[in-house]
Design a protein around this ligand. Structure first.
Ligand code: PLP
Length: 383
């Protein structure tokens, strides 16, 4: 799916110099590189505050906890705080809500964008359980922002907190505003496959709120303001300086890399169209990714809906072409989440997407001849 070495070759000198500076300073945890990356990320996201942390999963948890959603104290009675999110996402979108001591309620996705559907969220808000909803957690899946016009309107009418799961969407925009600046807080992941990636695990919370920034900083360091005086039960979710140094170098290149992803996505579209492979549904052919006109998509993934998806994937594997299914089993059907009480059929759009989606190779260094070969193999499979 990805050849990381191509990007590394391009930035090798810059990255090694940045790593060397950390080694020379010997300040490995929350060192000056962390503050410097946080400042650069805040500018990129057009927000006043960015807080580095250990992973995207932790960033989700930190954002929720810093916004006082759920209860951190397992000894207190069960929190009635409810957070609505999508079942068609990575597991952390739901597990972080549970870890924060809140209760997830799921709502189905929009079949065109694969993102949380505002009308499904409204339907939940209209039920009795809707009274306990404290937050909405839309996921900007595959690099396209969720419908933040709709979610911010619901925030106003229902007095909710909006937390963006922006793990896959650094540099994406909605109406020209960057992901990370579209809600009360946002969580980013820098897992190595992400469009902005570290050399290991790393994450970031962004927020327009000074109070939330302060709370997140305390929570990521065991609830300490003064060393060894713990005002609340936080966690160790510090970002280390080596990762921050790598991220700051990569952040400088990200606008160009995201532009390259968009160009490659447009080229995939055009190749599939000229091969007459596309359709409005999988009954007619391959369904190409849909971009909302308000969204600045960064194509963290290029995801098609494919007829006979599993056979196609096997064929591509047999021909040494990488592909991936994000995600094969919606979260409401995961065994560890059975206690949420959902069953097959509850979220038909998510379930259908899980049967049909296929992510094709997509990274800025993907070459046009490789893209041609991928589309040719797909054409041969359907012929
Ligand atoms: C949508 C989404 N949310 C959360 C995460 C969690 O990020 P991490 O793997 O950095 O913990 C990821 C990445 O895997 C993700 O894709």
């Amino acid at each position: 799916m990805l050849d990381f070495s191509r990007q590394y070759e391009e930035i090798r000198t810059e990255v090694l110099a940045a790593i060397e500076a950390v080694c020379t300073s010997q300040q490995f945890i929350l060192g000056p590189q962390v503050a410097s990356f946080e400042a650069a990320a805040a500018i990129a996201c057009q927000v006043p505050h960015a807080i580095g942390c250990a992973s995207g999963t932790d960033a989700l948890w930190l954002a929720l906890a810093a916004a006082n959603i759920g209860t951190l104290d397992a000894t207190t009675a069960h929190s009635p705080d409810v957070v609505i999110t999508a079942p068609f996402s990575f597991f952390a979108s739901v597990s972080a809500i549970l870890r924060a001591g809140a209760s997830p309620i799921l709502a189905d996705i929009d079949p065109r964008t694969f993102n949380l559907s505002p009308s499904s969220v409204e339907a939940v808000l209209a039920t009795p359980a809707g009274n306990n909803v404290k937050a909405i957690l839309p996921v900007h899946l595959y690099g396209q922002c969720s419908d933040m016009d709709a979610f911010n309107a619901l925030k106003q009418t229902h007095n909710l907190v909006v937390i963006e799961d922006a793990a896959q969407a650094f540099g994406a925009t909605w109406n020209g505003v960057p992901a990370g600046a579209l809600g009360d807080a946002a969580a980013f992941s820098f897992y190595p496959t992400k469009n902005l990636s570290a050399f290991g695990d790393a994450g970031l919370v962004t927020t327009p709120s000074a109070a939330l920034d302060d709370h997140a900083r305390v929570l990521r360091a065991h609830g300490m303001r003064r060393r060894y005086f713990h005002d609340e039960i936080g966690w160790n979710s510090r970002l280390d300086s080596l990762q921050a140094a790598v991220l700051e170098v990569k952040l400088r290149h990200l606008p160009r890399w995201n532009e390259k992803r968009r160009a490659l996505a447009a080229r995939y579209d055009q190749l599939f169209q000229s091969a007459n492979l596309t359709g409005a549904t999988t009954a007619d052919g391959i369904v190409l990714p849909y971009t909302d006109p308000r969204a600045g998509h960064v194509f963290h993934q290029y995801v098609i809906r494919a007829p006979r998806r599993d056979d196609l994937r096997q064929y591509l594997t047999d021909h040494h072409i990488g592909s991936e299914i994000y995600y094969p089993l919606p979260l409401h059907l995961q065994s560890s989440l059975a206690h949420l009480g959902y069953k097959a059929g509850d979220f038909p759009e998510s379930e259908q997407a899980a049967q049909e989606v296929l992510a094709l190779p997509m990274y800025p260094e993907l070459r046009e001849d490789e893209q041609d070969a991928i589309v040719k193999a797909i054409r041969t499979f359907y012929a």
